[in-house]
Design a binder for this molecule. Structure first.
Ligand SMILES: NC(=O)c1ccc[n+]([C@@H]2O[C@H](COP(=O)([O-])OP(=O)(O)OC[C@H]3O[C@@H](n4cnc5c(N)ncnc54)[C@H](OP(=O)(O)O)[C@@H]3O)[C@@H](O)[C@H]2O)c1
Length: 375
């Protein structure tokens, strides 16, 4: 294991940016950040908005996971392979609506390119390159419908466990290819599977890839909340990033799979109830009816927010779908040994999340919302 020099992908994204922050804070690694850009200067420019861009330990590398050898070319490819001791692969196209074929070139093909970089690193250095793959708990989303009650870290996902959805299926296939590469000796694989990733535990700031955002926006646009919703495995973005780096830093933790969520799932209503606490006057309607309204509005108005309430939201809101309970006991045993404790996912957190979405103009302020829908 070497965290002296690492390659990080997805640094311009929500989780990748926090991972970079945690790697800087908790390790002494030099972090080679793969950034989609024309050339190195443009890659540096893309990083310049990030708070840690000035660090000497952050090195921008212009490249694209969809290109052979990341688009670097033989000599630079070998130089990078020789330098790094670990890959943190966080880049992906995160799109819950898109079909498999659209996502596979980045999520599967891109992972394949990085696996070959790790294998080349192992070959050139004689040390097995560590590969930290950021997957998703969505790979198990269909198991509840198959009658499976609990899923722990020992489960191996399949196309069937991911159901019909393109995005988690790409992660199943990518995980499988990485396991095969590990068996061939080209890399040591550690799989990190987050669930729903929500706002920063201190500030509440969140990103567009937080599934709570369209859920909250839908409630405000409809002027109503469902009379209850499902539970979802979740954690905050800073905790997920910290956990990945803590696990990556412990030799005994390498080579396994982890579920980066709290032991207890998040009841969705805990987040939705924050709207009422902020002063929104919203009606409550039966869940199935609320869901029908979501469907009608996304069809009628073409409204992006509601259109984002895809099949995945059916699972979140427990409308005709069952998710299995995700176990994270082995994950938290390893994290507890590393001294990690996590701040609570409580009302105060979701008050901060909603407040910060309002401040960013992503949620209407209470005075702007329509009055409760009457049915
Ligand atoms: N968000 C969640 O709730 C969630 C839950 C479970 C798992 N995950 C996983 O966590 C990881 C990060 O998710 P996120 O929410 O942070 O995603 P995000 O904000 O959409 O960021 C995606 C990142 O991937 C990069 N990327 C995309 N295509 C690329 C390519 N062809 N070459 C190089 N880089 C490319 C993007 O770069 P550009 O800036 O150039 O587009 C961006 O930095 C993903 O692997 C995702 O599957 C996310």
């Amino acid at each position: 294991m070497s965290l002296r020099s690492v390659l990080l992908t997805g640094v311009t994204g929500s989780l990748g940016s926090r991972l970079c922050d945690e790697l800087l804070r908790r390790t002494s690694a030099t972090i080679y950040c793969l950034v989609r850009a024309e050339d190195e200067a443009a890659a540096v420019a893309r990083l310049s908005g990030l708070p840690y861009a000035a660090s000497e330990r952050v090195v921008a590398v212009a490249g694209d996971v969809r290109s052979p050898e990341l688009g670097l070319g033989g000599r630079a490819w070998d130089a990078l392979a020789e330098t790094i001791g670990a890959v943190f692969h966080c880049a992906a196209t995160v799109n819950l609506q898109a079909p498999y074929d659209l996502l596979a070139p980045t999520n599967v093909g891109g992972t394949r390119v990085l696996a070959s970089l790790a294998a080349r690193s192992t070959e050139l250095t004689g040390r097995t390159c560590d590969f930290h793959f950021v997957s998703t708990l969505g790979v198990f989303i269909n198991l509840g419908n198959r009658g499976v009650e609990f899923v722990d870290e020992t489960f191996v996902p399949t196309e069937d466990s991911a159901g019909e959805l393109g995005y988690p299926t790409t992660k199943v296939v990518a995980e499988r290819e990485l396991r095969a590469a590990a068996e061939r000796g080209g890399l040591r694989l550690t799989v990190h599977r987050p669930g729903l990733i929500t706002g920063d535990s201190r500030t509440g700031r969140t990103s567009d890839s937080d599934l709570l955002v369209p859920a909250l926006q839908a409630c405000l646009e409809l002027g109503s909340v469902p009379d209850g919703a499902g539970e979802t495995p979740a954690d905050t973005v800073d905790t997920v990033a910290r956990c990945i780096v803590e696990l990556a830093s412990r030799p005994a933790a390498l080579g396994a799979s982890y579920h980066l969520v709290r032991r207890e799932p998040l009841p969705l209503m805990r987040a939705i109830d924050a709207l009422g606490r902020r002063g929104h006057r919203l009606g409550t309607i039966p869940r199935e009816q609320w869901w029908e309204m979501v469907q009608e509005h996304s069809l009628d108005s073409g409204n992006l927010t509601l259109a984002m309430m895809s099949e995945v939201s059916r699972y979140m809101f427990a409308v005709g779908r069952r998710t299995p309970r995700i176990r994270a006991d082995a994950t938290w045993a390893a994290l507890t040994a590393a001294g990690v404790s996590a701040p609570p996912l409580d009302d105060a957190l979701f008050d901060r999340v909603v407040g910060s979405l309002e401040a960013d103009g992503k949620l209407a302020a209470p005075s702007e919302t329509r009055t409760a829908v009457r049915i």
